[in-house]
Every structure is written in C-alpha cells, then in structure tokens.
Design a protein around this ligand. Sequence first.
Ligand SMILES: [Zn+2]
Length: 125
Amino acid sequence: MRSFWLCERFYGKNLVLSTLPNCPECVAREKKALKKQYEMEAAKAEEEDKDYFIPSDRDIGSDIEIPMKLDPSTKHFVCKRCGLYATREQISDIRDRLNQREFTKEDKQYDYLEWWQKSKKEKQA
Ligand SMILES: [Zn+2]
C-alpha cells in the first residue's frame, strides 16, 4: 500500500511537492463535499430523466492535492489548512482510519476520536 503510494508520488510532476503527503483530514473533507455535489447532480439528473454517472469512491478526489509542510526539526508534517500535525506514519494511519470510517460510519468515529485525542496528548508531552 505504502510503496504504491510512494511510487505514485515519485512519478508526480513536481518531485519536491510530491514527496509531501496530502493532509488526510482535508482530503477526506474535500472528498465528502465532492461526493455530496455528485449526489445532488445525480438527483437532479434523475428528476430530469437524464443519465448520470457518479464516479466511484476511489475516483472521487483522487486528484485532490493538499500537501502538508514538513517541519524538518521534528520530522512532522503540518497542514496549513486544518493544523494537523503528524509524522508520515501517523498520516497514513489517519488515512486508513478515515477510509475505514466511510464504510463503518459512526461506531468507528469514536475509535478514531479517541486515538486522535491520545496522539494529541503524546504530542504535547
Ligand atoms: Zn488539513
């Protein structure tokens, strides 16, 4: 999973930019907004009796780029938009959890929140 990600990024246009991970929180938010938009358009198309194709979850937001900034002294990445502060491992962990959450919805949200609060505390220590 991760090697695929690195590979994909490595062959991106801008090597410097592309080695920075995207903020999983912001990407998830953008994806959700995009999905809502697609669903609205689909509902509208249905009313007008037109065909409408909603892209798959995997395709939605696949081109969203919200690169985080590296803080070289702490090796943590910082998101300028939402303030997320995490290592690369934590970022992929968050991304996994966010992806899972889409399938299992609210019951997973508690786990995630708990984990996130805990990681925040660790950060301050
Ligand atoms: Zn963010």
